[in-house]
Design a protein around this ligand. Structure first.
Ligand code: HEC
Length: 187
């Protein structure tokens, strides 16, 4: 059994390996980046984009939804796919919740990336519920950890109302950096 601290460390490494968090938060925005390129549907506007990944003013991953909700950034698309293979069984289609697990469309309102990551890495148990509800810990599951910013980004778009239900019809191209980081993380 790995300690929670090790899990968190592993998570941070996964984030760095994925070339996402570390790279995005330390690099400066390109001078004169056109604000129109960053404009998104929904209330949260990206402050920066690097290698196809958008981040908000706090450096948290965020979505880039355009074309009236029809087109999404690569990370939102990837998050949709990963959500559907790892989370849908309990949290229901499109993050809407089920009789067993809460709606993540609701839960993500006001939840930042660090809080989200902590729950997914370490799990959560509702000891007060009449039925024992368990959110499993995914800290050792690469199919989740290597795509954690992606899943957050997708759920944030759903929670913000920037993205409707079902599979996004169009997406931005897969960044070369994503593919490289994915290979490194999944190894
Ligand atoms: C085996 C069922 C199951 C799976 C699979 C599952 N969850 Fe959960 N999850 C739960 C339950 C049950 C809760 C509520 C736990 C509680 O209330 O303490 C929960 C709670 C959460 C919460 C906190 C919600 C809140 O209101 O605080 C988040 C965030 C979350 N899950 C994300 C995910 C993500 C992302 C995935 C996929 C990687 C996932 N879950 C997969 C059952 C599951």
């Amino acid at each position: 059994m790995r300690r929670a601290a090790d899990r968190i460390a592993g998570l941070i490494l996964a984030g760095l390996a994925a070339g996402t968090l570390g790279a995005v938060s330390t690099s400066a925005a390109p001078a004169g980046a056109a604000s129109t390129d960053l404009k998104s549907e929904g209330p949260t506007q990206p402050a920066k984009v690097q290698d196809g990944q958008y981040t908000d003013k706090n450096g948290d991953p965020t979505y880039h939804v355009t074309d009236g909700g029809k087109k999404v950034d690569w990370y939102t698309m990837s998050g949709y796919v990963r959500y559907n293979s790892n989370c849908i069984v309990c949290h229901g289609p499109d993050g809407m919740g089920s009789t067993y697990a809460p709606s993540l469309v609701d839960a993500l309102k006001g939840m930042d990336y660090a809080h989200f990551a902590g729950i997914v890495v370490g799990g959560k148990k509702d000891v007060n519920a009449s039925q024992e509800l368990v959110m499993p810990a995914f800290g050792d599951n690469k199919n989740v950890m290597c795509y954690l910013p992606d899943i957050f980004t997708y759920l944030r778009a759903r929670s913000d109302g920037a993205l409707g239900r079902n599979r996004p019809p169009e997406h931005e191209p897969k960044p070369a950096a994503f593919e490289k980081a994915e290979d490194a993380c999944m190894k």
